[in-house]
Structure formats: C-alpha cells, structure tokens
Design a protein around this ligand. Structure first.
Ligand code: FES
Length: 336
C-alpha cells in the first residue's frame, strides 16, 4: 500500500510505492531532495523523520551513526517508509542548492550520431551520482589546465550515465575525442554548472530553440518534462544546416507523436539533393513567423552565440517577449 509522505517545511505531499525509497518517490513525483551517491554512503540525503517509521535499508554507519538514528535522522536514498511519514528536508529550489563536484569518470561509450557529432556516455564511480537541473552543463578538465564546457543531455532522473554531445570543430578536445578517445578512458570534470534550466514554477508555453549540439540541454529539459508529466506546452524549434545534422531525429519525432510536443526542424543550408520539404532559413526567424507575439511565452535557447544574440534581440524587440523570459546558453567552440 502506498505511504503518504509530507515534506516540511514546504508542506508538499507525495506517495511512495512498496519497495521505493523516500528519495525515489520524491524524485518520481517531481520533488527535488538533495542527494549524492544514492547508495547510503555520502550522507547528502540526510534528513529527519518527524513522524512515522522507516526501514533504513543499507544506510552505512559512516553516513548515519547510531545516535543520529536514535534522534530520528535517516538517509532518504535508503529509507523505505513503513507507515505514512512526515519528514524534514530542504528541497532543491535553485542552482545554488546543488553542490558542485569535481569527479573522475570513465568513458562508457562513443557513438557517432551525425557525421561530426559524437554522443559520449560517461560512467561515474559506483559511489557517486551527479545531481543537476535539466539544462545545466559540466566542464571537462583537460590535462593542460583548460576546460571544455559540455551540456548534459540526459535528464536528471536518468543519472546512471552522463550523456554529452560533442561536435567536431577541430579544437584540441574534439580532435582527441574523434581520433584517439576510446571506451574506458578516464576523464575528470567539474559540475553541474550554469543557470540554464527549466523554470518549473511557470505554466507559460516554453519555446525551446536548439542550434546544432545545443540540442543536448534541450533534450535533457524535454525528457525531464515528459518524465514528470509537466503539462505546459513545449515547442521545439531545431536549427541545423543539413538533414544529416538533425541527429537523433527519430527521438524528436517520437516526442511529437507520443507526447504532443510541437517539433519544427529548420534547415539553413539544405541542398537540392537533400530534397528537404520542411522549413528553411534561420531557426529564430521560423519562431517569429509562427509566434509573432511571444508576450505569454518563455524561451529557452541553446546554440551558437550569433543565433542567441539574434533571437534575444528580435524576440524582445519585435515579439514582446519579456526580457526576464529569455533564457539562453551560448556555446563557443574551442578553436585551435
Ligand atoms: S545520497 Fe549518499 S547517502 Fe544518500
């Protein structure tokens, strides 16, 4: 029988199914409680059980000692309700609430999803998980002391592997990835970083604009919204040069077919041989053509700086988009 769990101080209420931990139930129902390892060793998820009974599962003594247990504390990544509960735990409301970590990781897989785009999956050490908001990025820490920022493409709930999309611009890191990197290589990164994430307190329709590999954080946001059954309308405008650049296009079409997400791919340089019958031109101009009044929308845009600048200027200047409703993550390729 499901247990009802009431969160203090927010008063939010959610339900845990049989066999679920408090943390699993909270995340499934869209409440962001803090966590780190998710295996009972780090203590990041510790909070108080103010009323009710839990089974502490595999909570390690190093993370939750006997006196803490006696005082009613629990590790919510391990604690399974044995009755209805009232728990005291802070909720993650913003980026500042999430710890930024420096972690090693192992390359799990490398998959060429377009002629010049690599999908990289990274595995963290068994004792670590990365908590982040959909849309944030990590910095890969390179041996020469420089960093390469890459957005997380997996949604936060699906955190077994971290997913990155890297375009080969010919910079040192992308050249290394495309020519030398192999599975099981070790990397280090810092994250999560950035303030580009879906504002979930809004019910306004969200226009999501993805240019090139700017698709990565938009994918994370959309998969997060689908998982949490977020009801606000989502409109994905995807800009690319050629049809081959619309990587993972089957996925976007499935979002449209199965979840009612509007999907508008826009090509800027399609050739006659491509026989492209869809929208052409600049992706932000396609948005303006469809939505000349953006006063009731939010916009989330990720892509090249020129695309972001033009979108910000024209949406605010000509489409009545409030300045505070434009969220962007511009990337600059590493060029030697
Ligand atoms: S998340 Fe590390 S102990 Fe629960």
């Amino acid at each position: 029988m499901p247990s009802q769990i009431t969160l203090r101080p927010s008063g939010h209420v959610f339900h845990a199914q049989d066999g679920e931990t408090v943390l699993e139930a909270a995340l499934r129902e869209g409440y962001r409680l803090p966590y780190g390892c998710r295996n009972g060793t780090c203590g990041s998820c510790k909070g108080k059980v103010a009323a009710g009974v839990v089974d502490h599962g595999k909570s390690q003594d190093t993370a939750l000692n006997a006196s803490e247990r006696a005082a009613g504390m629990a590790l919510f990544c391990q604690a399974q309700p044995r009755s209805d509960l009232i728990i005291e735990c802070r909720e993650i409301g913003a980026v500042k609430d999430i710890p930024v970590k420096t972690l090693p990781c192992r390359v799990q897989s490398l998959e060429l999803v377009a002629p010049d785009v690599m999908r990289i999956r990274l595995r963290l050490p068994a004792s670590e998980r990365l908590q982040f908001l959909a849309g944030q990025y990590i910095d890969i820490l390179l041996r020469n002391g420089t960093r390469r920022s890459l957005s997380l493409a997996n949604p936060p709930h699906d955190d077994g592997l971290l997913e990155l999309h890297l375009r080969n611009y010919g910079g040192p890191f992308s050249t290394h990835v495309f020519t030398q990197m192999k599975e099981k290589d070790i990397l280090r990164f810092e994250g999560p970083l950035g303030t580009f994430y879906l504002r979930e307190d809004s019910i306004k329709p969200a226009v999501l604009i993805a240019g090139g590999t700017g698709f990565a954080p938009i994918k994370s946001i959309i998969e997060h919204a689908i998982h949490h059954k977020i009801k606000r309308p989502l409109l994905l405008y995807r800009g690319a040069r050629h049809t081959a650049d619309l990587y993972l296009n089957e996925l976007t079409e499935a979002w449209q077919r199965d979840h009612g997400i509007t999907y508008v791919p826009v090509l800027s340089d399609a050739t006659a041989e491509e026989a492209w019958s869809g929208r052409s031109g600049l992706v932000h101009e396609a948005v303006i053509a469809d939505l000349p009044d953006l006063s009731g929308h939010e916009v989330y845009a990720c892509g090249a700086p020129a695309m972001i600048d033009a979108a910000r200027r024209d949406f605010i200047g000509h489409c009545s988009l409030p300045e505070a409703a434009f969220y962007a993550d511009a990337f600059t390729p590493a060029i030697p």
